[in-house]
Design a protein around this ligand. Structure first.
Ligand code: PBG
Length: 331
């Protein structure tokens, strides 16, 4: 573009002068369809248990999650992403509960699909809600072992697909898991189940409240830097994404979102894949904490943060704000 635009013939404030005009020239749109609602589930019945570090988010028992799914459908939210709270006594070194077809995730998926068949359901795949050390894979001699973990992730994915999940979303960051899971799903007749890979997932402090929500706080030993990415890197995010696409990912995700808008932009521009971003628990918590102190406007912060993620190049956003934002957008 090499057109000279000079004042006073050009006045950029003209198109900003009225709401109708700003709406007409807006380059980025946000709508409930572009949102995936991150939701934490727990066992029991008729329970909505507040998560202290995520004001406004509750761990929902399955019946309440079904009610939330109905609400999401009414609001126009496209899909739900479920994450299970697991208490310490249900965890083990071998993460057995992850492969139990009657576990909380599977029961929730069946109940939600029965009640609201046409909402998308996304399953987190990783062992961290089930291990007694809170890591996403198996721990041997102080190391998170890759290939044995991948075998387990295949089993976990198949169990989740069988329960009715539409999208399998591996968040573990093991090498080679997308291809292995694709093969495993196909072998069991789930060739139409999608895979959304957490392609570029960073070792981020912004997951803190999530670990609280799923019961990993105090359990996690050490950190996840031997498998999640270094926040200093961008080229590596492209390599991760390229490999996941080659292995059969239907869509890719960048996580966290707000501090990684450059990565979202680069991945979308480079690959033109369906690209998603996860506005993670810490991003939610920061907005809520500042709003509760009266330091920022809560509703504007919700919509501005989501719009920015879309503007960077995300086709859709996984967020704990999904229902809230949808209500705001629907007026
Ligand atoms: C782990 C997982 C994490 C999240 C989703 N799946 C955190 C982690 O890697 O420890 C984070 C979600 C959030 O912070 O909202 N498999």
């Amino acid at each position: 573009m090499n057109v000279s635009q000079t004042f006073p013939s050009t006045r950029l404030r003209r198109t900003r002068s009225a709401p109708w005009s700003r709406a007409l020239v807006a380059e980025t749109s946000l709508s409930p369809q572009k949102l995936i609602w991150a939701m934490v589930i727990r066992k029991g019945e008729n329970i909505e248990e507040p998560v202290a570090s995520l004001p406004g988010v509750c761990r929902l028992s399955v019946d309440r999650a079904v009610a939330a799914a109905r609400e999401a459908k009414t609001l126009g939210v496209s899909a739900l992403a479920l994450f299970p709270h697991t208490s310490a006594e249900d965890r083990s070194a071998s993460a057995d509960l992850a492969f139990d077809p009657d576990n909380l995730m599977c029961r929730a998926a069946k109940a939600i699909k029965d009640a609201v068949p046409d909402i998308g359901l996304m399953a987190d795949v990783a062992l961290d809600p089930y291990t007694d050390h809170g890591h996403d894979g198996f721990l041997e001699n102080g190391e998170i072992v890759n290939d044995l973990t991948v075998d387990a992730l295949i089993r976990q994915s198949v169990v989740e697909a069988r329960a009715g999940f539409d999208i399998i979303a591996p968040s573990d960051m093991m090498d080679g898991r997308i291809g292995a899971i694709r093969k495993g799903l196909d072998a069991e007749g789930f060739e139409n189940v999608q895979i959304m890979s957490y392609a570029a997932k960073y070792a981020s402090c912004f997951y803190g409240p999530y670990r609280d929500a799923i019961g990993s706080t105090g359990i996690l030993k050490g950190d996840k830097r031997t498998y999640q990415m270094d926040p200093a890197n961008t080229d590596e995010a492209l390599r991760e994404t390229a490999m996941d696409i080659a292995e059969g990912a239907d869509s890719v995700m960048i996580k966290p979102a707000g501090a990684y808008l450059d990565i979202i932009h680069r991945v979308k521009t480079e690959f033109q894949m369906p690209t998603f971003a996860f506005q993670v628990s810490g991003e939610y918590a920061m907005i809520m904490a500042a709003a509760q102190n009266g330091w920022i406007d809560e509703e504007r912060a919700i919509l501005e943060s989501l719009t920015a993620i879309r503007r960077a190049g995300a086709d859709g956003v996984i967020t704990y704000f999904a229902a809230r934002a949808a209500r705001l957008l629907n007026g």
